[in-house]
Design a protein around this ligand. Sequence first.
Ligand code: ISL
Ligand code: CA
Length: 536
Amino acid sequence: MEWWKDALIYQIYPRSFQDSNGDGIGDLPGIIQRLDHLQELGVGAIWLSPVYRSPNADNGYDISDYREINPEYGTMEDMEELIAQAGRRGIRVLMDLVINHTSTDHYWFRSSRDRTSPYADYYCWSHGAPGGRLPNNWTGFFGGDCWEFDPERCEYYLHLFARSQADLNYRCPAVLEEVKDVLRFWLAKGVAGFRCDVINLLWKESLEDGRRRPVLTGLEHYLSREGTHDILRQLRQVLDEYGAFTVGEAVFVTPAMARDLCGRDRRELDLVFSFQHMECDQILVKWLKRRFRPKAFFDCLVRWQQELDWNALYLENHDQPRSIPRFGSERYWKESGKLLATLLLTLRGTPFLYQGQEIGMVNFDFTRLRQLNDVESKNVDKILRRFHVPQKLRWRILSRTSRDNARTPFQWDGGPQGGFTGGRPWLGVNHNCAAINLADQEKDPDSIWSWYKDLAALRRDRAALRHGSFVPLEAGAQVFAYRRELEGERMTVVLNFSGKPASVSHRGALVRSNYPREGFDGQLGPWEAVILEEET
Ligand code: ISL
Ligand code: CA
């Protein structure tokens, strides 16, 4: 059963969702306390960013034990309770599966340092090139080279991400068997599936030098290689034993590459998170931003809508700055927040909502580099310093792109620490929590939260909005319009991505507008979103 085609999926960043014991860190009991919120929103599944044991170099994306819960987040009993309590509310639980790398604290890695151990080949070890040079010229996702020398083994190990995230070696057959066991362990507990971290990087075709590129030299040796497809087909067999669902995060994929990962006949993943629409406002790398041009964004969305049968739709996650300041307008905070909600919930695919998006949370209001926590931001800062980039400019770059923008604690109410914790939060709560919080928005039928709730219900109600075909109508410098069509049910969505009014030729009976209006005459206010229905 493809339940995920009808569901709205909600991403939780556990560390920042709800703290239950005053230590300033969100936890599993905190999530349980807030399940009613998710049920009210109409969420069909939650995806938890990693909650496994981890030294937290990359907030859980560096796992040191796949079968244990990070004590900061609670116990295995709490996890089982969460699965049960969510289940009672009709909410499935998805875990984050990080299998490209483990933490260097994992006992596999620690054992791997000994060449005679059964774990010796679990990681990508290499002697290095003659003359004391690194094994190759590859560069990593967080900037800089991606090799680290281990004095105990007297070899280098590969890490495409942080130094303490060592890449697993899938040429060693035991690694895949270990991963299969991990899948079974969680599926037996009642987990409904996984979001698979950087899943198209698993197979390293060779460790030869890469073509020099401004970023990620070496990419051609490990991006979506055939070996990765093989691994995914093998994992699929385990998943099928439980009817489990997977969405894979696939970096740098084109629609054709995504089809190879999630085409129905391929028996690999169910869905793919792609990045092209998130790259419309960047130059080469995510740290160099350019002005957001809606037209490029619309064209990209149209291409993906047309080239894939079913998309994983998202505008935010824990790696991206918040969507309102990025694609919308803080001046028209409410209007543009609702417009982006409309886009997310009316395209063809499965919408993924990131915590805080439903109340229009915006980027952090930090003022100093030392308020940042993210390992990526810190690495980039180090590199910029090395190039003598002045502090002001470093701050300008990092404050706009830092992943911490999306990681500040959830703003439940206008009280101290936004209702997130009774203690000192691990990452600062935005001072705007008096103005942007759930408690206020729940009372307000005109709030962004109420709009999300209403649209989620409309989507459940109208088959055309879920399963209808996608027909682009207009993708200009300012207006994006498309139709969703299913067996005579025709719904038109018109979105004005601008602070200036617009006039369009699309007509129909008004189903929804984020402005108070009775009918639709083709005139759109700033950041207005309307849903129309063809009159029969
Ligand atoms: O942040 C990014 C996109 O703007 C990427 O460089 C990101 O690192 C990449 O998408 C991979 O992300 C995933 O794996 C990382 C982890 O840090 C991210 O949080 C996770 O989503 C390593 O596990
Ligand atoms: Ca806690």
